[in-house]
Ligand binder design. Sequence first.
Ligand SMILES: Nc1ncnc2c1ncn2[C@@H]1O[C@H](COP(=O)(O)OP(=O)(O)OP(=O)(O)O)[C@@H](O)[C@H]1O
Ligand SMILES: [Mg+2]
Length: 454
Amino acid sequence: MAKATSRYVCGACGYVSPRWLGKCPACEQFNTFAEEPLPVLSAAKTAPKPRFSSSVAIPLSAVEREKLVRVKSGVPEFDNVLGGGIVPASLVLVGGDPGVGKSTLLTGIAANLSKQYKVLYVSAEESCAQVKLRCERLGVTGDNLFLLNETCLENIAENIGESKFVVIDSIQAVYTEALNSTAGSVGQVRECATRLMRLAKSRGITFFIIGHVTKEGALAGPKVLEHVMDTVLYFEGEGQENAKILRAVKNRFGSVQEVGVFEMTESGVRGMSDYAGLFLSDSRGEAAGSAVTPSETGNRCMMVELQSLVAKTAYGLPRRMSLGVDYNKLIVLLAVLEKRCGIPFLNADVYCNAMGGIRLNEPSVDLAVCAALASGATGKPVDRYTALFGEVGLTGEVRGVSFAEKRVNECVKMGFRRVILPNKNLSACEKYRGAVELVGVSYVGQMLKHLDLK
Ligand SMILES: Nc1ncnc2c1ncn2[C@@H]1O[C@H](COP(=O)(O)OP(=O)(O)OP(=O)(O)O)[C@@H](O)[C@H]1O
Ligand SMILES: [Mg+2]
């Protein structure tokens, strides 16, 4: 029998199969298998692997406590997301959509760090001249910041020298000679990440690794990429003028509750400490189809405006589109409004948008989405000074959510006069009754009545 020369690897989870499969048996995703040449063991691979720890077991009490000294990146918003600063010898993965500003953010951080430490910026995607152009735009200078245009991991490792911080832009463009597959393939990304991890731990180097995301918004490459990293951050935000949000999805040295709010300016990505009102429009309350909710994003509560447009369908099949709110959630809430509250969306195109390019993942936004949709459908605006929060179930019931007190507090701070919230959360917020009108609801229909949308 002819010897196999290739294998098939699942792009989502890294499952290996000798033949092509339509559905991955491990992660159950469809159409994720790609052909890859079988790995050839090169001299580098057969050489003994570097060892960075002694393999003798020691009792816990005998382990010496190390004082964790975090290094400040010079961007307080970034440090907050990391849990108070950069932990030396860690791997930080920054993922995000194309053009969101990953390279710009890390160039700024590399420049700040280079004031004290030797920093290497490895640009596998852009030439040194292009990086220099960006550095000039950002006003970055310094003899301690080194640029390297290289895609081979072995050459990168040779060039690290005394650098304490290394930026790899991006992991999908880097390859190792130990494997004969192309850069960006599942095997390459996994192997490169593992080798970088060994380098980080054995030589005390901190790596900032830029990663691309797939169309679905997940990091391109196998899940093992995220397992290898100490911290995984996502940089997200749409449009030039909108705020960008940096959030941690994994952090071995801190909470994943923090988020950083940034804005893209001519001179780089700038952290915004004053984000109040950023996700609200000036004209809210004038036109139908908008509602405001206090959203707990990370450790911060922000007032976010949700907008909807309900228009007559021109063709047979109605369109539904959502930005910033989960598409499936929009479909479910439309069905709830139609079935439980009698608002027809059957012949209507529905568009839903969270202002400012923010993505809202928590269930507490449901009630405000319903209010925005009902307002868009009926043409009656929601009062400018009313905010809503609560989770909506399939029977149309409004369920209690976490951080109710914090949300009401934010509404009070931002000058809202009425808050519609789940009855379940009412008792926890009694102390705000003097400052704001609290309206408890148990069903979506009650919320619609209070807002005069029925
Ligand atoms: N002169 C400029 N003034 C203001 N903004 C600029 C300027 N030049 C580029 N930008 C912005 O910088 C962003 C690109 O940033 P950057 O290259 O850091 O993104 P990236 O996430 O690294 O993208 P990629 O995934 O393609 O590498 C663009 O969205 C662009 O709007
Ligand atoms: Mg880039």
